[in-house]
Design a protein around this ligand. Structure first.
Ligand SMILES: [Zn+2]
Ligand SMILES: [Zn+2]
Length: 270
């Protein structure tokens, strides 16, 4: 592990000025190793900065975004992306998309395409948003001049009734037009008066993250030599005083663990 870390660190230090190494490519001495088990049953190893904060309370990166505490990406044959409510809007970038082609793509027949097609190039703002699950998505489209303080705008109610009829007819004639979860999303949009920007969006992170359910201390990434040198001799380790000291340490640890367990129960009871 240490060897791997050093190879990785040497490589990244080639691109980082040495004054910044302590922040972006630190020496391995401060890292502590943990073995963790996820709720998908996978077991992996993680490093934390110091040995105080357990990995289940740390925030781990998924790409450039931090996941909620104790979550880690672990991909399996995961299900579809669920819709989640947007709870915060952050920064935005602008992108111009070309007009859609006049001919329908393979998956749409001409009537469906007429309903969906954009016939002019259009510039949109794409926002980074936080969803109710705590995950971040960074391509939530809005009109260029929209700001979060504006809130969503609703479509004209006559237009919403007309769209509702059109969608109901579309779903009746094309039962496979949308998967159920998209259809339910469209129904919620129609029922809410077609608010734009949409108050919910798909979370592409949810299906692929797991929770840390157990962890075990492995030790410092760089084994602590000093400690090993002061390790008592077999004789000293078995003296009555040494045994008493060990017992007291174990009792303190047990008390600490009981405290953690009852916190855990409190959280579950809520
Ligand atoms: Zn897994
Ligand atoms: Zn999510």
């Amino acid at each position: 592990m240490l060897h791997e870390y050093e190879m990785y660190n040497n490589e990244r230090r080639r691109h980082i000025p040495s004054a910044l190494w302590p922040f972006f490519a630190p020496d391995p001495e401060k890292y502590y190793r943990w073995r963790v088990q996820l709720d998908c049953a996978c077991i992996t190893e993680l490093f934390t900065w110091g040995n105080e904060t357990p990995p289940s309370e740390s925030r781990w990166l998924d790409g450039r975004e931090a996941l909620p505490p104790g979550q880690l990406r672990c991909e399996h044959d995961d299900g579809p992306s669920p819709y989640r409510e947007i709870i915060a809007w952050h920064d935005r970038r602008e992108i111009t998309l070309p007009a859609d082609p006049a001919d329908p793509p393979k998956w749409a027949d001409p009537d469906v395409w007429a309903l969906l097609r954009h016939d002019e190039p259009r510039a949109s703002a794409f926002w980074k948003v936080t969803l109710e699950c705590g995950h971040v998505e960074d391509s939530m489209p809005t009109d260029l001049d929209w700001k979060p303080d504006d809130g969503p705008s609703l479509a004209d109610s006559a237009r919403v009734s007309q769209m509702t009829e059109e969608f109901e007819a579309l779903w009746a004639s094309h039962p496979d037009f949308q998967p159920d979860r998209d259809l339910e999303h469209t129904r919620r949009m129609l029922a809410a008066g077609w608010p734009l920007p949409r108050p919910e969006t798909e979370c592409y992170t949810c299906p692929h993250v797991r929770q840390i359910v157990a962890y075990q201390r492995v030790g410092w990434l760089v084994p602590r030599e000093a400690k090993q040198q002061t390790e008592p001799t077999p004789q000293g380790r078995n003296s009555r005083a040494a045994l008493e000291r060990r017992l007291r340490r174990l009792e303190v640890d047990a008390e600490h663990l009981r405290g953690r367990l009852s916190e855990w129960d409190d959280v579950r009871d809520v």
